[in-house]
Design a protein around this ligand. Structure first.
Ligand SMILES: Cc1ncc(COP(=O)(O)O)c(C=O)c1O
Length: 376
């Protein structure tokens, strides 16, 4: 492992599990097209290998977060449609043409910039128009004004309205009332467009949580992200949708020492041993995505047992207390996220302990640690 990764800490990305999750998604999506969300380097899992698996297992379209990510996917050789979920700056619209990327637009002005680039390239450009049904992020308003703006975009030469796009703010909350209100606004908006003689085309609004919990919101295409990577949106029951976590985070013990009672550990001496202790050091820290907020709350799995993270998590290293785990030696493999035997540490658990969401945990671990791909 060391010769491969140059570090005694790495993420393990199980592409077999990814394929399994995709099959569950396909079953749930039925006849809807699947726009697989691979933004932020596929939530930290590596956009290129992940996209290969997702396309092989039934994704119709890849969704990037930004123009930069979309260009990287195209340069990696993917020939499929690539949708950009965020807005493309007006002065970059020529790149949409050069790389044959599909933008989301949310204003007539931005649509005009895309149309100019399309005209300059002598081709037509398909676009999605975002409607803001309640997320408050991007989108034309879901009323007559928004419908009129969409109709003007639709009428632009060199543009073709491929679809209408919206995003949920609360689909993962137990109370689905607001999400249902968003769906009602979305449906009413599409109906307004039809009355104005504009075909809304491919309607898409469902993220993972909506795919699992709001069958009326599936429309023509769904946009799952987090469930592909094996995390349950808050409130979703694992029994109903048995996802398999794709990413594990592992490290080997780089240093092991027995210390007397009263020994301070790490910056700030926030932890002091209360007994003679066996303290192991791991070569990963907050710069690798292990949140510093886990200090005093985190745990790992070593030799099939849980052991606490002790002392402040450093930038590149952290310490664990293995006094109660028999037989620990330097070089032993430690799991910071993942499973061993009946023990499990999920991204959701780390997120809950650190006041964030599983998404941020996955993205964080995906940044600096080397990735090892397996087919479990
Ligand atoms: C516009 C859009 N669609 C779809 C998704 C996928 O969401 P999720 O990962 O919750 O399925 C995201 C992710 O945040 C998004 O921003």
């Amino acid at each position: 492992m060391f010769s491969k990764t140059l570090r005694w800490a790495w993420t393990e990305v199980d592409l077999g599990r990814l394929a399994f999750n995709m099959q569950l998604v396909k079953k749930k999506a039925g006849d809807c097209r699947v726009i697989a969300v691979v933004k932020a380097d596929a939530y930290g899992h590596g956009a290129v290998p992940v996209s290969k698996v997702l396309l092989k297992t039934g994704a119709d379209i890849l969704a990037a977060g930004t123009l930069q990510e979309a260009v990287a996917l195209r340069e990696a050789g993917f020939a499929c449609p690539i949708l950009i979920l965020g807005l493309t700056p007006d002065d970059c619209c020529d790149i949409l043409m050069a790389y044959e990327l599909t933008p989301v637009t949310a204003s007539y002005e931005n649509a005009c910039a895309i149309a100019r680039a399309a005209e300059a390239a002598g081709r037509q450009k398909d676009v999605f128009v975002a409607v803001d049904t309640g997320m408050g992020r991007i989108g034309v308003p879901p009323d007559e004004i928004g419908a009129a703006e969409t109709a003007r975009i639709h009428a632009l030469p060199h543009l073709r309205l491929q679809g209408i796009f919206s995003h949920f703010a609360t689909a993962d909350e137990p109370d689905k009332a607001y999400a249902r209100k968003q769906t009602a606004r979305f449906d009413a908006f599409c109906e307004r467009l039809r009355r104005a003689g504009v075909d809304p085309g491919m309607r898409t609004q469902a993220n993972s949580a909506a795919l699992l919990a709001l069958p009326d919101a599936l429309c023509d295409a769904v946009r799952p992200g987090i469930i592909l990577y094996g995390c349950h949106p808050a409130g979703a029951k694992a029994e109903d949708f048995p996802l398999r976590p794709v990413m594990s985070v592992k490290a080997k013990i780089t240093y092991l020492k027995r210390v007397p009672r009263g020994t301070p550990i790490s910056y700030g001496r926030t932890f002091t041993t209360q007994r003679e202790s066996l303290i192991a050091t791991l070569a990963l820290g907050y710069a690798d995505g292990l949140p510093r907020f886990l200090t005093g709350k985190g745990r790992v799995i070593v030799r099939g047992a849980y052991a606490p993270i002790v002392g402040a998590i450093c930038m590149d290293q952290c310490m664990i207390d293995v006094t109660d785990v028999p037989g620990v030696s330097p070089g032993d493999e430690v799991i910071l996220m993942g499973a061993q035997g009946d023990k499990r540490i999920s991204a959701e658990e780390i997120g809950e302990k650190t006041g964030t969401v599983s998404y941020e945990i996955l993205c964080g671990f995906g940044q600096r640690l080397p990735k090892v791909y397996i087919e479990g």
